[in-house]
Design a protein around this ligand. Structure first.
Ligand code: T46
Length: 140
């Protein structure tokens, strides 16, 4: 796996007549130590989340419920992933601008990340992101 690029990761799925179970374990499935989890929910129709990149933070996004679109750009190429399977995660390395939209009603976006919350790790201005991306070169 090339962990410099975004990627869809298949997570373990334990199928059971009582209902299915998926897990992520520190040291497995994701190429980083999981330092924090947060989740986005009750998103009103038409709202967008994200709109930033990170200097160092790596993360895995999972649609634990519902469906939404994750739009990623490295400043050169833009790709959109629709997340709607609780047994798949979208790995996002540092240096990728992301927006999340098209939330279906009742969706939950779980994010497992490599760092504790640190506002200085955010790039929230798109022009600043583009300047950094230009130096770094294509990633996606
Ligand atoms: C990301 C996308 C997918 C905290 O205090 N602690 C936290 O752990 C987080 C994630 C946020 N906050 C505060 C910071 C802001 O005052 O919560 C507020 C909303 O955060 P933000 O506008 O960054 O939310 P999103 O949905 O635009 O972005 C979040 C994550 O911040 C970001 O890392 O990749 O979800």
């Amino acid at each position: 796996m090339d962990w410099t690029k975004p990627a869809i990761i298949s997570l373990p799925k334990i199928c059971d007549p009582r209902g299915n179970l998926t897990f992520v374990q520190d040291g497995d499935q994701v190429p980083f130590h999981i330092a924090r989890a947060y989740w986005i929910y009750d998103v009103p129709a038409g709202e967008e989340r994200g709109g930033h990149s990170h200097h160092d933070m790596r993360q895995l996004l999972i649609a634990t419920s519902g469906s939404f679109s994750v739009n990623l750009t490295d400043g050169f190429v833009t790709v959109t992933h629709t997340l709607n399977r609780p047994f798949e995660g979208l790995y996002i390395p540092p240096g990728i601008w992301r927006t999340i939209d098209n939330f279906a009603s009742g969706s939950v976006c779980l994010s497992l990340v490599s760092m504790e919350y640190d506002e200085s790790d955010y790039v929230r201005e798109f022009d600043e992101f583009l300047a950094l991306a230009e130096k770094k070169g294509p990633v996606i």
